[in-house]
Design a protein around this ligand. Structure first.
Ligand code: ATP
Ligand code: MG
Length: 283
């Protein structure tokens, strides 16, 4: 069973310490075609639903899924897709925007800590603590005069994620890797089509001018923080169908590896249930 999911997981996983984004092709389709990919995804979404139910029932561990990307890579759509296979009761999605005054009054991991999934839950971060080593690196003015040592921030992140792993939270991180050309197409579509207009902001085009700086910041951050226990995946994002299939399949892989179990009632609980059933029958 696991084998079927293995290839996309292994193909897109970033080995600790190794990453050259230039070697990752945003148009890669991993040998799949759209129809086969959609069939596979439908099965994976059904599998996700079943695994989530067990995770929730077990109530001991959590899954934290992180999405990072350049604008228009499709974070929102991918999250919507994955969510369509989950019970909303057991999921928390958090979108991280520019920090508020309250958030800025705390250390930079604080707001992420508050948004972590509880035991039994799946947490989805739409942007995350990684903004603190990406957008802030491209825009040092956001530091408000604080010093930033990027290596130290990477250590803080890997340390935090190691602690989460040891405490029962599996951390899985996706970089949705869109090409510069495809981003341009999507921006133009957003500007031109009435129902996509709300997604377009002129500021996005200003950020786009710093493409290489962002790619550098992503590369450094992902290389330094892809670990055995909290791996990064670089997902080709120019074809949305491939991206969504890859994400669904990697999530199934991780939940299968966690192998959550429905709790087994103890002997006393079994006896209490038997007694309750007997009472109901006698009513
Ligand atoms: P959309 O797809 O709707 O545009 P989005 O995630 O881009 O979604 P926006 O409100 O457009 O949402 O952008 C959020 C902005 O907040 C991004 O530009 C992001 O880089 C910025 N941001 C997030 N976290 C931080 C942070 N810690 N410091 C500074 N800026 C941040
Ligand atoms: Mg945006």
């Amino acid at each position: 069973m696991i084998q079927r999911y293995m290839d996309l997981e292994a193909r897109f996983r970033v080995q600790p310490g190794h990453l050259k984004l230039a070697d990752h092709e945003p148009r890669d389709i991993a040998g799949l075609d759209k129809d086969a990919s959609e069939e596979r995804r439908a099965k994976d979404l059904a599998r996700l639903d079943a695994l989530q139910e067990r995770l929730y029932a077990e109530g001991r561990r959590s899954l934290l899924v992180i999405f990072q990307a350049m604008d228009a890579a499709g974070k929102d759509g991918t999250i919507e897709h994955v969510m369509s296979g989950l019970n909303p009761q057991g999921v928390r999605v958090t979108s991280f925007k520019q920090p508020t005054r309250t958030e800025l009054a705390h250390d930079w991991l604080w707001r992420c800590q508050l948004a972590l999934p509880a035991r039994g839950e799946i947490g989805i971060f739409n942007r995350s603590h990684y903004e603190e080593v990406i957008v802030v690196r491209v825009h040092p003015e956001y530091l408000g005069g604080q010093e930033a040592d990027w290596e130290e921030r990477f250590d803080a992140i890997t340390g935090w994620e190691r602690h989460l792993h040891a405490s029962g939270t599996r951390v899985v991180k996706f970089f949705l890797n869109i090409s510069e050309q495809e981003q341009r197409e999507r921006f133009l579509a957003r500007a031109e089509e009435a129902d996509k207009n709300w997604k377009f902001s002129a500021g996005d085009v200003v950020e786009r001018e710093r493409w290489d700086e962002y790619q550098h910041a992503f590369e450094q951050a992902i290389r330094a923080t892809s670990t055995k226990h909290a791996p990064w995946y670089v997902i080709p994002a120019d074809h949305k169908w491939l991206m969504r299939t890859a994400v669904a399949s990697i999530l199934v892989h991780h939940l299968e590896a966690m192998d959550p179990r429905f709790p087994e009632p103890s002997d006393e609980e079994r006896a209490a249930i038997a007694e309750a059933v007997a009472r109901l029958r006698d009513e």
